[in-house]
Design a protein around this ligand. Structure first.
Ligand code: ZN
Length: 502
């Protein structure tokens, strides 16, 4: 097809993108259904359909017409607005990367992941790692091959890290994690030598109906419009966004742990706020998406920890907690609740880990992923290696694989290289807070009144609205200056020194 002008080429390109997006949307809704409402035995039929949809997406994404349109637009760079230049660059990256993956492998991988999801769920329930090991081995093999297709210039694990955080590599992460370990491990030891906080009241029986009411209340406080954001239940809480007007979050209610769902909802709510506030001018283009997993996690963990576990915010929500759970919280005051939800103690499960020890959980996964991809660790040896690192980093014994290496859904979902973005996202937060406090001197007075509009406004104008317009490190730097992990370690040191009177 000959193109005569840039506007027509761009229109043709966006029409193709809209088609791809429609199939991805259908696939995404099926994935969400699989994790929330679909009966457990339904995976085989869904797998077939998802395989066919994936194949269609693959063919649309690798359609030679896309390549021709990109060539044409690239040869007319000077006529493109900066946002369109970025759109073309993002599409070029995706086009080149997808074209390098053979179609049969791409489709087979989709089918494997659907099966792996069901196998993992069963293996986790039955503490049966051996059932999952062959799937993990295949997933690692695929990821190693995909890494080479996608970015042959990079070491395979670096190529995988780049899928989630453009520009990230093991050199940056090795020094980042070393810096964290140096600050966190001594704090954990000091806490272990002092009087521990009593959080036993968090583990009384909290009926699910009350926890649902609490989840709804929290979404209201966060100002999340339920017209556009759904809340469902799944084994492992997550967020998925189809567009700015259709975002879904999930939680998991534990009868004997009121904080688990409370903080899952705040965390996933933070992700949802990001998805819902991407600039409408980018809707339907490659720029109209969240820029990276690290930036995404910085948003969720900002709401979860920096706001949600702060003293002013807890003082605001506490009366509601007492209203819903008067018996469970009899004799407990807001300060005790604040201390309890910030209790720091080495533990087994990442999603329930406290803010201080959280990064140590990520370090374990980072080390194992590096070795799995390098081929120096076999999938079947993961439990032993996992347990050894938990002992070394967190000083605890892992009693079973359900609470050990089977706890997370990432590997069964094919996400290798994703975990480090959690630690990075946590580390971005305190530096964002400093900038926010400088621009908004009465920030905490508003938070104490349950008014999060200043927080959301700052995040929207500095982070959310830009979508993928800038690379993640550049976006962060424009908002807060160059990233420095010291702000994070300083924040942790200050917070836990105060909390435990160290
Ligand atoms: Zn998250």
């Amino acid at each position: 097809m000959p193109f005569t002008d840039v506007a027509a080429a761009l229109q043709a390109l966006r029409a193709l993108e809209a088609k791809t997006h429609a199939y991805s949307h259908a696939l995404g809704v099926m994935g969400h259904d699989a994790a929330t409402a679909a009966p457990k035995g339904s995976f085989a039929g869904r797998g077939k359909t998802m395989g066919i949809l994936s194949e269609i997406i693959y063919h649309l994404e690798t359609d030679p017409e896309v390549g021709e349109l990109l060539n044409f637009l690239e040869s007319h760079q000077e006529q493109l607005e900066p946002a369109v230049q970025r759109e073309v660059a993002l599409l070029r990256k995706n086009y080149d990367q997808t074209c390098r993956i053979p179609s049969a492998e791409y489709v087979a991988y989709g089918v494997l992941l659907n099966e792996a999801q069901a196998v993992w769920e069963k293996a986790k329930k039955g503490n049966d790692f051996d059932a999952f090991a062959p799937y993990l081995e295949k997933i690692v093999d695929y990821n190693r091959r995909f890494a080479a297709y996608r970015n042959p210039a990079l070491a395979p694990y670096d190529a995988l890290l780049n899928e989630y955080e453009e520009g990230l590599n093991t050199r940056i992460l090795d020094s980042f994690f070393a810096q964290l370990r140096q600050a966190i491990v001594p704090l954990v030891s000091k806490i272990q030598a002092t009087k521990q906080i009593d959080d036993s009241f968090l583990h009384k029986t909290y009926p699910v109906a009350g926890q649902r009411a609490l989840a709804n209340y929290i979404m209201d406080v966060m100002g999340i419009d339920r017209q556009y954001c759904g809340l469902a239940e799944s084994e492992h809480p997550y967020t998925t966004g189809f567009n700015t007007k259709d975002v879904r979050i999930t939680t998991h209610y534990y009868l004997q742990d009121v904080a688990a769902s409370l903080y899952s909802v705040i965390h996933e709510g933070g992700h949802a706020i990001y998805e819902m506030n991407i600039g409408p001018e980018y809707e339907g283009t490659a720029v109209g998406h969240a820029v990276s997993m690290g930036i995404h996690e910085s948003q969720s963990r900002f709401f979860e920890n920096i706001i949600g576990r702060s003293r002013p915010f807890i003082h605001y929500i506490f009366p509601k907690l007492v209203e819903i759970f008067p018996e469970q919280l009899a004799g407990v005051d807001a300060d005790q609740f604040w201390q309890a939800v910030n209790k720091a103690e080495p533990s087994l499960v990442r999603t329930e880990a406290d803010e201080l020890t959280y990064s140590l959980h990520i370090m374990v996964r980072y080390e194992l992923e590096k070795q799995l991809i390098a081929g120096t660790l076999a999938a079947r040896d993961v439990p032993a290696a996992w347990n050894r690192l938990y002992k070394e980093y967190l000083g605890i014994d892992v009693p079973n694989d359900t609470q050990g290496c089977l706890q997370d859904s990432h590997w069964s979902g094919g996400s290798i290289g994703y975990f480090p973005s959690y630690a990075l996202g946590s580390a971005y937060g305190p530096q964002m807070l400093l900038c926010m406090e400088q621009e908004l001197p009465d920030l905490w007075q508003h938070i104490a009144l349950g008014d999060l509009r200043q927080v959301k406004g700052w995040l929207q104008s500095h982070i959310h609205r830009h979508g993928s317009l800038y690379q993640p490190a550049k976006l962060f730097e424009m908002a807060c200056g160059p990233f420095d992990a010291r702000h994070y370690t300083d924040y942790l040191t200050k917070k836990y020194t105060e909390l435990y009177h160290l």
